[in-house]
Ligand binder design. Structure first.
Ligand code: ADP
Length: 205
């Protein structure tokens, strides 16, 4: 197997690329999904969180009251540190377990990580960054049903496009149509799947 990273700012098209890669046979390790699963109703991590922050962070249905947690950590640095100390190791362990499941195969394992630019990961065979101008990201995210002000806030709190591109070995420009996106995904996939299969990458010339 080879392990590659996939990231992009909100609305860039990361999920679309991830789905296309999955359809081609990539094994996707989805950080957002893992975070949701680890904090789903009844998950053991919730007990650990409740021990630290109080039972009121779990609602009557056994679900995590995210707003209650956000309220606690918003103004309390130690609480935020503790929260990260609970969630991060569990995330890392689950990520590692999902990667290890493909050990000794010829799979391309894609780490679909929204914050890969913020937290670069060592040992990746490649890092794919899906890149688009901010205005287009806003337009597409709003079309998808997100609140415009919320999207703009998130973009402003993320690293810049330039910073994200710095971690890239492969930049996918998603300012065109879906066909143009698919063509680029096809190209990246041919290269990566060849490497995973143990072949030498095609001569770029
Ligand atoms: P991200 O996961 O990076 O936030 P998505 O993959 O969900 O972004 O894409 C945001 C929205 O834009 C989705 O509704 C998606 O279907 C749409 N989209 C993605 N790429 C294109 C494209 N090249 N042309 C038109 N719409 C696109």
């Amino acid at each position: 197997m080879i392990v590659v990273g996939l990231t992009g700012g909100i609305g860039a098209g990361k999920s679309t690329v991830s789905a296309q890669l999955a359809a081609k046979g990539a094994a996707i390790v989805d950080a957002d999904q893992i975070a949701r699963d680890l904090q789903a109703p009844g998950a053991p991590l919730l007990d650990t969180m409740a021990e630290r922050f109080g039972d009121h962070i779990i609602d009557d249905d056994g679900a995590l009251d995210r707003a209650a947690v956000a309220k606690i950590v918003f103004s309390d640095e130690d609480a935020l540190k503790d929260l990260n100390g609970i969630v991060h190791p569990a995330m890392q362990a689950e990520i590692q377990e999902q990667i290890d499941a493909h050990q000794d195969t010829d799979r391309v394992v894609v780490l679909d990580f929204p914050l890969l630019g913020e937290n670069p990961r060592k040992g990746l065979a490649a890092t794919i960054v899906v890149d688009i101008p901010h205005e287009l990201a806003v337009e597409r995210a709003v079309e998808r049903g997100m609140d415009e002000a919320d999207v703009r806030n998130r973009i402003n709190s993320q690293i810049t496009r330039e910073q994200r591109r710095e971690v890239a070995t492969h930049v996918i420009d998603n300012s065109g149509d879906l066909e143009a996106l698919t063509r680029q995904v096809d190209e990246v996939w041919s290269e990566l799947s060849a490497i995973a299969a143990g072949e030498t990458a095609a001569d770029p010339a």
